[in-house]
Design a protein around this ligand. Structure first.
Ligand code: FAD
Ligand code: SIN
Length: 537
């Protein structure tokens, strides 16, 4: 089946939906999303959205907190722009129907939370279910819009680019590299469809599943980075993988996050003997920047040989805890942990990828007509370490800027016909009888990425990881061309490529900065390395 649309949006999280709702004012929008439409990191976001909404706060403070967290690698222009556009985007969400928590003593005011690295209370939230509230309202607005069609269980495989069309003799001359949409696997019918679009937007989220332990949902396999990179998009700063310090440590609790807001409301980290340890590592103690807290926990665990540390909020009243963190309270209770009395066992886990597809201030990549917004993008906001709750903010601001920019591009293209894209060519691929190869490789990648390319790296560990990923990449290539593609195989191909990119970026950066810590170069080297690591296929 061929589909033609003005805008093709790949992903239905905060970035994709925010873009789609605004873009639908100027054209038709098709959203493809690889599982159910709610499924993505946005739906699980807990802490909230950072923005300057209190008279006691200022843009300058939010800007300097973000720059400090980014450890010398943020783009100051982008930081200023995102911070200043923030309040307008929050008020827009409220006008769409998002119910952020209000102060108990004065319902006219938003209740602002605090998280690591923020010098002020500035996190708007809906208790500890912020992402679910925002995702639900954005989906409602998208679904009632006649110009928007949502295709669930549709997974983008690769972009349709000018070079692909030239290879098939369809376009003979055009000034720059252009994107014309994507090939998409319909996971229900197993058909591969061609979605032709004048503007394509990658809003595919993060890549936490490249690691064995992660806070991310299953969709986070780095597809956007892989798809973009294969098409010639520049990728930057992928060595900066953020490990969230506090994921619940329990054999049955798959990836459950304990929000940083718990520490913002007085929760403290303790070891198995009940001693606080963060004061040894940073003056901000439990509310230090995330890279520092995760690394400190890692060091404590290596020293003690324990399997986890603990987060204790039991000094706050049970009523406060149940009202402020109902989701965390109930979830922990299901695992027999009453957080109003018991310390919560926690460990760090891969949480957010600060790098991604390199874009300009409007979300535009180096491919004509191709935008990247949300976690998949690298705009320059986060630098070497993202400040807590700046991600949802970035997605909102960049989605708006991308709509303004792309709707102008669209205007100039109106009336022009689409190229005739070739149908997907399966070659002589057959059904595979060896699905075990996929699951085995998938497991191996996630393990060696955790062991060798995790919170603390060395040159030797990076080399080991590189050798393993090279072998797996070879195997995948062979498998990919011989067998009919499935969602699992496509995801494996993507996590393998993203793992390779992370290893390459980490090997290039010969210093320690922000989230990238290499024991062979333990110091920051501003003279040589105050710059992005950019890869380009
Ligand atoms: P997502 O919301 O992840 O959406 C990605 C979409 O792309 C999904 O619909 C997915 O199915 C789709 N997709 C992916 N690949 C394909 C493909 N090949 N084809 C088709 N569709 C595809 N940030 C904050 O700022 N504040 C917080 O409080 C916060 N809490 C968090 C808590 C958790 C547990 C997690 C995991 C993250 C949290 N973050 C938080 C980070 C933040 O939630 C994410 O960075 C943000 O939601 C990303 O939004 P997105 O729209 O870019 O991607
Ligand atoms: C959290 O609630 O701790 C997550 C916040 C974030 O990732 O920004």
């Amino acid at each position: 089946m061929d589909m033609q649309t003005d805008y093709l949006v790949i992903g239905s999280g905060i970035a994709g939906l925010s873009f789609a709702i605004e873009a639908a004012k100027s054209g038709t929008v098709a959203i493809v999303t690889k599982k159910e439409k709610m499924e993505g990191s946005t739906n699980y976001a807990q802490g909230g959205i950072a923005s300057v909404l209190d008279p006691d706060d200022s843009f300058d403070l939010h800007i300097s907190d973000t720059l400090e967290s980014g450890d010398g690698l943020c783009s100051e222009e982008i930081v200023k722009m995102v911070v200043r556009d923030g309040p307008a985007r929050i008020h827009e969400l409220i006008s769409m129907g998002v119910r952020f928590s209000r102060r108990a003593d004065d319902k006219k005011h938003l209740d602002l939370g605090r998280e690591g690295g923020h010098s002020k209370r500035r996190i708007v939230h809906t208790k500890d279910l912020t992402g679910h509230e925002v995702e639900t309202i954005l989906l409602d607005r998208a679904e009632e819009n006649e110009n928007i069609q949502i295709f669930e269980n549709h997974m983008a495989i690769d972009l349709i680019t000018k070079s692909k069309l030239i290879k098939r003799g369809i376009i003979t001359s055009e000034a720059s590299q252009t994107c014309w949409g994507a090939y998409v696997l319909d996971d229900e019918t197993e058909q591969i469809k061609t979605f032709l679009a004048r503007i394509t937007v990658l809003a595919t989220g993060g890549a936490g599943k490249v690691y064995l332990y992660t806070s991310n949902p299953d969709i986070a396999t780095g597809d956007g980075v892989a798809v973009g990179y294969r098409a010639g998009v520049k990728v930057a700063n992928m060595e900066f993988v953020q490990f969230h310090p506090t994921c619940l440590y329990h054999p049955l609790a798959k990836n459950f996050l304990i929000s940083e807001a718990v520490r913002g409301e007085g929760g403290v980290l303790i070891d198995s003997k009940g001693n606080r340890f963060m004061e040894k590592y940073h003056p901000l103690k439990d509310l230090a920047f995330r890279d520092i807290v995760a690394r400190s926990i890692d060091m404590e665990l290596k020293k003690s040989g324990d399997e986890c540390v603990y987060l204790d909020i039991s000094q706050r009243s049970p009523d406060f805890i149940k009202d402020r963190f109902p989701h965390i309270y109930q979830t922990c209770l299901r695992f027999q942990i009453d957080i109003s009395k018991d310390p919560i066992p926690v460990v760090p886990a891969a949480h957010y990828i600060c790098g991604g597809l390199l874009t300009n201030e409007n979300g535009l990549t180096n491919l004509d007509n191709l935008y990247a917004i949300g976690e998949v993008a690298c705009t320059g906001l986060h630098g070497a370490n993202r400040l807590a709750s700046n991600s949802l903010l970035e997605a909102l601001v960049l989605a708006r800027r991308a709509t303004i920019s792309s709707s102008r591009q669209l205007e100039a293209k109106r009336g022009k016909s689409f190229p005739e894209a070739p149908k997907w060519d399966p070659g002589c691929a057959t059904d595979s009888e060896e699905e075990v190869v996929v699951s085995h490789n998938w497991d191996e990648i996630r393990r060696f990425m955790w062991n060798y390319v995790g919170i603390v790296r060395t040159n030797k560990r990076l080399d080991r990881a590189r050798r393993r990923v090279d072998i797996i990449q070879e195997e995948i290539k062979e498998y990919y061309w011989n067998f009919i593609v499935t969602k699992d195989l496509l995801e494996l191909r993507n996590i393998a490529l993203v793992a390779e990119i992370i290893i390459s970026c980490a090997s290039l950066r010969k210093e320690s900065r922000g989230l990238h810590y290499n024991l062979d170069y333990p110091e920051k080297d501003d003279e040589h390395w105050r710059r992005d690591t950019v890869l380009w296929d």
